[in-house]
Structure formats: structure tokens, C-alpha cells
Ligand binder design. Sequence first.
Ligand code: PLP
Ligand code: COI
Length: 360
Amino acid sequence: MTLVFETIPHPRPLDAGSRSAALENPGFGKHFTDHMVTIRWNSEAGWHDARVEARRPFEIDPAASVLHYAQEIFEGMKAYRGADGRILLFRPEENARRFNLSAERMAMPQLPEDIFLEAVKRLVDVDRDWVPGNGGSLYLRPFMFSDEAFLGVRPASSYVFCVIASPAGAYFRNGDDAIRLWVTPDYTRAAPGGTGAAKCGGNYAGSLLAQRQAIARECDQVLFLDAVEGRWVEELGGMNIFFVFDDGRLITPPLRGTILPGITRDSIMTIARERGLTVSEAPVSFDQWQADAASGSLTEAFACGTAAVIAGIGSVLSPGGQFAVGDGKTGPVTTALRDELTALQRGDRPDRHGWVQACS
Ligand code: PLP
Ligand code: COI
């Protein structure tokens, strides 16, 4: 399918001084680039009206179904400035593919993968001065929502696809320090048959009360256990999880429809196997995690995702008490995997997997 993108450059982009100040210490999700890409879909015309234009508020009908029934999905990916000046995307076709899996689950239209990729690349190209150097990246947020004004409960007949971008540094406030998790006894994230494997806004809305509990306990992220037995470790509010053992095993919970199939998770499994670790996708109970951490056979644990990259887990708090993982600091296996992953993402290692795409 071909779609012609109309480009209407921002008449007053942010001045270079203010942009440099924003890029200096961007944090996460606080600053936004000058442009956005939008494409519309309706049941008569299909995908149409593709634009690269100044980032601005949407005008939306108060009856737009997304505001009532949350028909919304999103992606998270990053553009990196390589040492040779090229701007690189990491496995962007996987985001395009997952976007359509999320769309299918939420009864939304499929966006051809080449159009998803073109939209992302056009935004990075027009806002290329916003890609930080020095270990930062430009976080890209493609998303789609229903905008039909209709209050009946059924899939909407019109949607907006949009991509915005935000310069990003460390996701967690303490930078590279190991994070602290809160294991919620009260709330679950996803049940079998639910939407846990889709990247839909509703999953995150449902996680916020547990995340608030985590923050109140000075924890960085909430850890969710499975909804059926309340026993098996699933994932964090916005990241997948891995466990490292002293005999060279690396374990991550299996994807069974309740966990987001992370692209970082998948990349780490490949990198870890290449480094000689024995990687498996296997259930880990919370009790076993505690016992193995206490015996010392489980030496490290880490969280991973596009925003967080790879973050060591130092301690875990639950209503039963707190325990440390290893010595409470980011461990050597976690650090080695993080270094390898970020080197691949930035083009500092040969791209032996075909994971990296130059933007333009
Ligand atoms: N799990 C959840 C709930 C997430 O929000 C994310 C982030 O996107 C991940 C896992 C990791 O996915 P990825 O590595 O594709 O960013
Ligand atoms: C991402 O890593 O892209 C996410 O969407 C997770 C969220 C914590 C920002």
C-alpha cells in the first residue's frame, strides 16, 4: 500500500539553545520534539491523510470512544546517535509487528508495517537534531486511538495513528543504581484471556494504583504475580524480568498471553546464549525466588525494556518482608548484558543479527 505523506514543517521550532538545554539532562518523557506524524483511518477510506506536522494538541469530540472505552494501543522504541553520526533504530520491524498484534486484540485496524516504519523514520528525520548523543536516545511513541463520536459499545469506525518523540536519558531517578520492587498482594495486571500481551493503555491504567503503592514504599516498580494462583512471577508494570543463577542459567517467565512479549527480552535471550549462558523461559514462583536468593544460588535479577534498558534489581519488598538479591547492587552478568545490548543498539558492535537500521 502506498500513502503520500504531506510535510508541513513547524513554523517556529524550539530555538537551538532551549533544545540543547532539554537534551543536556532529558530524564524520561518530559520534553517533546517539534513535530509529530499523524495518519487517519476510517471504514470508508482506510488509511489516509498522512502528515508530518508541528506537534500540537488534538481536537477531539467529548464522545470520542477512546475517552469512554479506552480503545488505545501504543509502542515504545528508540533512535540512537551512532559514533559515526548515523541515527539508528533497533529492531523497529518488531515494534511494527507487535503494534498490529495489539491492534488485533483491541479490534482496531491493521497498519501496514511499511507505513508504521515510514512514519517513525520520517519523524526521526525531521527532528534529527533532537537525538541526544552521550548515551541518550530519542524515545519514540507510536500510538493509535479511536476517535469516533459514538457511545455504543463496539469497535469504532475511525482512528488516529500518531507518532511523537521525546529525548530520553535514564528512566529511573537513581540512574544506573539497582532498583527496588514492590510485590503487590492486592492487584493483578493480566488474566488468561485478557489483554496482558497487548500494549494497550488500559493495562497501564490498571497498574497505576499498585504503582502508587510501590512509590509510597519507596520502590521503583511494582512486580505482578499471576492472576490465577498469585504465585508465579510475571512482569513489572513496564518491564520484563530475568533471573541469573550461579551455575550460568538465565531464566525469564514464559509468554502465555499475560506478559508483554518484550523486544528487549527477546534480544537479551539471544545475546545471553551467545555469551554461553543457558537461557530458558520457565515459571519462577515468588517463594522460590526468595529461597534461591537466600541460598545464594540466585545471584542477580534484572528488569528490561525499551525505556528502562536493563536495570539490576537490588531488593524486593512484599507484605512478608524485604529481601536482597545478591549484594543488592547491579551484578556483573546484568552489567555485561547491558553493555552488550547498548553497544549493539548504538552501532558500536558489528550488527551480526541484522537488528539495526539506519534512519536515513
Ligand atoms: N512489559 C511491559 C508491561 C512493558 O510496558 C514493556 C515496555 O515496553 C516491556 C515489558 C518491555 O518491552 P520492550 O522490551 O519491547 O520495550
Ligand atoms: C517502554 O519501555 O517503551 C514502555 O512503554 C514502558 C514504560 C515504562 C515507559
